[in-house]
Design a protein around this ligand. Structure first.
Ligand code: PGA
Length: 250
């Protein structure tokens, strides 16, 4: 059975000390989860602290927010897949909209990052999604299709490892959430794409992200097309996040 993923993207918040305090509060409130997993994407400097705090809990996982595609070298300021593995990560976000639109990450770079993570046994969480003007122009599915295109020559084994996060750019940090119906339409398109590429579409895990909050999370994770959520702002408070990951499912 696929377990739902509740993923927290802390962005540029919470250094190692704050992350340790956060995890203490979270762990005190969230007993072992049996039908879902909670994944944490802290800043690179806090990866190790969070991985240590989560040690021994098979329902928790830790990932980086970004990686470079090379293993090592003269790339000042970058962090590689083997480095995050060493710090205790099992996953990394790739192609988050802030990487694409604030830092100019290209599809070609995103594709190289996905391959580097897979080569090191790490799970890429590939983020895809359209901007507002693209949704209004009716090109949402072609934008998402282009973002997914970086997966095109991967074999079924590699594809089975990839998690996709659909995050409409206009919904990130804006308080605007896609309706469950909007999300379901794009998720179904993504699942179809994965099936055509040779993945088992029923096993592909597709998360929704963009202004997921305590008051809309139940409707989103209640959709069978939605295999979990990727949450920024609302994941920064361990009490709120602890409640969100324990959202009852009907
Ligand atoms: P948000 O961020 O929940 O603050 O909208 C989501 C994300 O960027 O992953």
């Amino acid at each position: 059975m696929k377990r739902l993923i509740f993923a927290a993207n802390w962005k540029m918040h919470l250094g190692p000390e704050a992350a340790r305090g956060y995890m203490e509060t979270f762990l005190a409130r969230v007993p072992l989860l049996d039908d879902r997993e909670a994944w944490f994407f802290p800043a690179a400097v806090a990866l190790h602290a969070v991985a240590e705090a989560a040690r021994g809990r098979g329902d928790l996982a830790v990932g980086a927010q970004n990686v470079h595609w090379e293993e090592k070298g003269a790339f000042t300021g970058e962090v590689s897949a083997p480095m995050i593995l060493d710090a205790g990560a099992t996953a990394a976000l790739v192609g988050h909209s802030e990487r694409r639109h604030v830092f100019g990450e290209t599809d070609a770079e995103t594709g190289r990052k996905v391959r580097s993570l897979l080569a090191h046994g790490l799970t890429p969480v590939l983020c895809v999604g359209e901007k507002l003007e693209q949704r209004e122009a009716g090109v949402t599915l072609s934008v998402v299709g282009r973002h997914l295109g970086v997966l095109e020559d991967l074999d079924a084994r590699a594809l089975a490892k990839v998690v996709i996060a659909y995050e409409p750019v206009w919904a990130i940090g804006t308080g605007k959430t896609a309706t469950p119906a909007d999300a379901v339409e794009v998720h179904a398109f993504i699942r179809d794409f994965m099936g055509r590429e040779g993945a088992d579409p029923g096993q592909t895990r597709i998360l929704y992200g963009g202004s997921v909050k305590p008051d809309n999370i139940a409707d989103l994770v209640g959709e069978s097309e939605i295999d979990g959520v990727l949450v920024g702002g609302a994941s920064l408070d361990p009490v709120t996040w602890g409640t969100m990951v324990q959202t009852p499912l009907d």
